[in-house]
Write a protein that binds this ligand. Sequence first.
Ligand code: ADP
Length: 159
Amino acid sequence: MKIGIYPGSFDPITKGHIDIIERAARVVDKLVIGVLDNSEKKPLFSAEERVELIKESLKHVPNVEVEAFHGLTVDFAKNHNAKILVRGLRAVTDFEYELQIAQINHKIAGELDTIFFTTSVEYSYLSSSVVKEIAKYGRDISDFVPGIVAEALSKKLEK
Ligand code: ADP
């Protein structure tokens, strides 16, 4: 069984992430989405909330599991017996950072290889932080995130 992991902050999940997940789930037998629980990043949504939003947004993809994790991605991969690490690439600016991470991960866990999916053009400008910024000023974000995430964002920002 070919198992892949897709780690990230997903604060919150966007249609850009979902596009990568749908495509990666066609390549592996099981894709485990790892929600990085890193308090230093001061996320808007708790890890539990992010996991729930991802689960709700991906009901149509059967071979996906979602779990929060902390610590090293390579250990998360090992715990799931995953040999494939999925990441998304938007622009050249992502590339340098992602290349370094992929190389260091391969160095410390030789059995783990990173596979990159290039973003679909309609999502190339999309990031969780951009979505949060637009939502903060009350603009419509339904083009960028699933309905359930848009609702959760406006509730969160009301507080
Ligand atoms: P991280 O904090 O680990 O970068 P993110 O949630 O921001 O976590 O992103 C997780 C992964 O998804 C990264 O590989 C990132 O490049 C990718 N990604 C984010 N937004 C998009 C998008 N719009 N299109 C394609 N890939 C994306």
